[in-house]
Design a protein around this ligand. Sequence first.
Ligand code: ADP
Ligand code: MG
Ligand code: MG
Length: 912
Amino acid sequence: MKKYVYFFGNGKAEGRAEMKGLLGGKGANLAEMTNIKLPVPAGFTISTEVCTYYYANRKKYPKELASQVKAALRKVEAAMGGKLTDRKNPLLVSVRSGARASMPGMMDTILNLGLNDAVAESLIAKTGNARFVYDSYRRFVQMYGDVVLGLKPQHKDEIDPFEVIIEQKKQARGVHLDTELDANDMKDLVDLFKKAIKEKTGHSFPENSLDQLWGAIGAVFGSWNNERAIAYRKLYDIPESWGTAVNVQAMVFGNMGEDSGTGVAFTRDAATGEDTFYGEFLMNAQGEDVVAGIRTPLPIAELKEQNPKIYGQLDRIRHALEKHYRDMMDIEFTIQQGKLYMLQCRVGKRTAFAAIKIAVDMVDEKLISDREALMRVEPAQLNQLLRPVFDAREKEEAVRGGRLLAKGLNAGPGAATGRVVFNAPDAEEWAKRGEKVLLTRIETSPEDIKGMDAAVGILTARGGMTSHAALVARQVGKVCVAGCSVLQIDYATHTMHVNGRVINEGDWVSIDGTTGEVIEGKIATKPSEVLQVLVDRTLAPKDAPIYQEYAKLMKWADTYRRLKIRTNADQPDQARNAVAFGAEGIGLCRTEHMFFGEGKIGPMREMILADTEADRRAALAKLLPLQRADFEGIFEAMEGRPVTIRTIDPPLHEFLPHEEGAQRELAAQMGLSYEKVHQRVEGLHEFNPMLGFRGCRLGIIYPEITEMQSRAIFEAAANVLARGVKVEPEVMIPLVGHVKELADQEKIVRRVAAEVMKEKGVKFPYMVGTMIEIPRGAITADEVAKVAEFFSFGTNDLTQTTLGVSRDDAGRFLLPYVEREIYPKDPFESIDRPGVGALMKMAVEKGRAVRPKLKVGICGEHGGDPSSIEFCHEINQNYVSCSPFRVPIARLAAARAALADAPVRRPAGKRK
Ligand code: ADP
Ligand code: MG
Ligand code: MG
């Protein structure tokens, strides 16, 4: 019989931490914690295979499931001493979802399941605590009504219907806090909730405990395909096929009085990475109270004062968990009448700052190896380190000028300035219009994910460092200030009051996620610490602790990666920045941008307007010294590193004006008639410029252009060499589909190279190669490689031409395509491996078959995308080239690709 249900309890579990695929993250770690003898209430996990089965079989369960659940339930009852359906000695359980990857709050947990009127009475008799029992009962009805029976807000500005009832009750009783409601109030709430459910949904609340259990199990499986779960999966690339597990676990109660409580914590600071116990708790509270921001929780340090014994136990567990998992963990715990229980642990989400610090520290602490440290930092996270901070002087002035509105918790480091909006759909909409928005909420919930993603920053009035807003902000690297309790936000009128001031929707507000400050108006930003050290050079490394950790990690990355990292740069300053970030060469220097520079567009236009070769040559002669000077600047900035220069690529009409006024002006400047200029522009008009007269086609029809560019490159090389700087030019011919195109251009390049070397009496190495950006070039790579000394994949055009999709016109359909999973990701962001990738792989193999030393790189936008870099590693490219600011990301991604390729075993004896 197939096993679908896994028991944990009494110090022994059928599952293990490694079984996340089958048991989900929560279930696997509950099992692991049980096995290492931490105090975990008994329970069982229904595997993700049931979820898969459920969706494959029209929402039915495998027939073995019922009996397996029954058997496991009996074991839980035996372990805990109670019975789910028993009135005299009832056992209550929680029903918790848990997918393989943690999806915070994506699926709802139901607590206190098993309660009905009769059970409530007997529990009161047993505990003598009517308030506790009815508090638990009303929570249960509330959660069940919401999650299983579907009573929730219907509109974005609406408040939770259960909260409305609680609010009314509080008003009627003249109290402010939930905790001030007594047993009778809670009992009333139970009835009011049941009535509201019946009225608004038509469903009756089930009184039978087993019906409740199966209803809850079904709801968890059902929630795998609710809208917010789908949105979350999309955002984090979680496959739908994984499914969720269901955990059924005996309840322990944090709401049994002032010696009970509940909390969440991180074993280190999740914002900065410091090795301090970092978390929050609430006494006399249950479940999500801490996270949901209903009451503002206390910092864990306070527990040390209030209850040193429990704190001591928790602190020991903190260290035990770090030793066992060798990582920073995120834990959930509950204290029931002075006794501590662990309810969850998982690897903790962290900011990029924390990720790097923890990884580097744990290497120093000998908990992990440098290789593991590299695998612990997501390349894209490095963006956070480069994110701007506020200009300190301007912020100081703003604060002195009385613009400081409030101070909240520094939940997501960085600086953000945006216009205030009060709900997620508005945030999305405004962002689509190009507005920078600050999503401002009383608290955020998983429904807000897309709006949070669209905002530059997130500001909340309630909730602590472990609230939903803070969690998501850390994970996606958003600037966030949370729990700013003085904000009085009114969703209905789209305004907020802060200390007597009113902020309306659309007003500018700045938040500092590093300090928690909320400031009225805009504030200028300045570069991050790493940029101040590397690019601006305004900060010494020794004064920059974050930079030092970054540098350590990067050094490790460089020792393990096999791919070289180059940059796309057209100007010396870009090149210098890239070198500071670790670039080892230029993979793409576009020459056409240079033609737009000072004094260059004139001769360029002259050349295009010329009627004869002689006139064209005359214009090109004017361009030669200008272009040569550009190349000299680049070669000097690169200090001997290889530089790939692409000959002219775009269609010529791009260099001419298209409005009549500008054409008349140009005609006057050039001493030509307006008609002549106009006709020329018309003559260059193309129906499909992307596939028109451009790339090597220009150089073939007008060889004098290639000749001039080659001369500029090689003369610059000779001049720079004469100044004692080594040079390594690589001339790249674009848009080659046929080897004869390349051969035609190569002849010119080599002839000019020989001429220049002879004239100048010097010798330097150089290469001629091609961009592979047309399918025919890839398909005939064995032909092309007979001439080309290197290939560089121009994956922007290669994607356009392979998919037959014009990137500039794809706006209207490509996103819907991705949403419909026609393409799993935007193919212009991440290489479409089965299509474009297959061509690349073939090109590498065919090319190297005729030229084993063929150098292969990539210079498309994909060169800075971690997943694409991994692919480039897999197909044995020599290098990737990306924009200067993505060079650190590429270095780390390349190292991780190399490590994933050759996994290392854990040091012996460290772990069972
Ligand atoms: P999530 O996936 O959103 O983190 P959980 O399943 O962890 O949801 O449940 C949320 C909270 O509910 C837990 O952090 C814990 O405080 C509480 N909870 C869950 N199960 C139990 C239980 N058996 N006893 C007491 N509290 C529980
Ligand atoms: Mg949890
Ligand atoms: Mg191209």
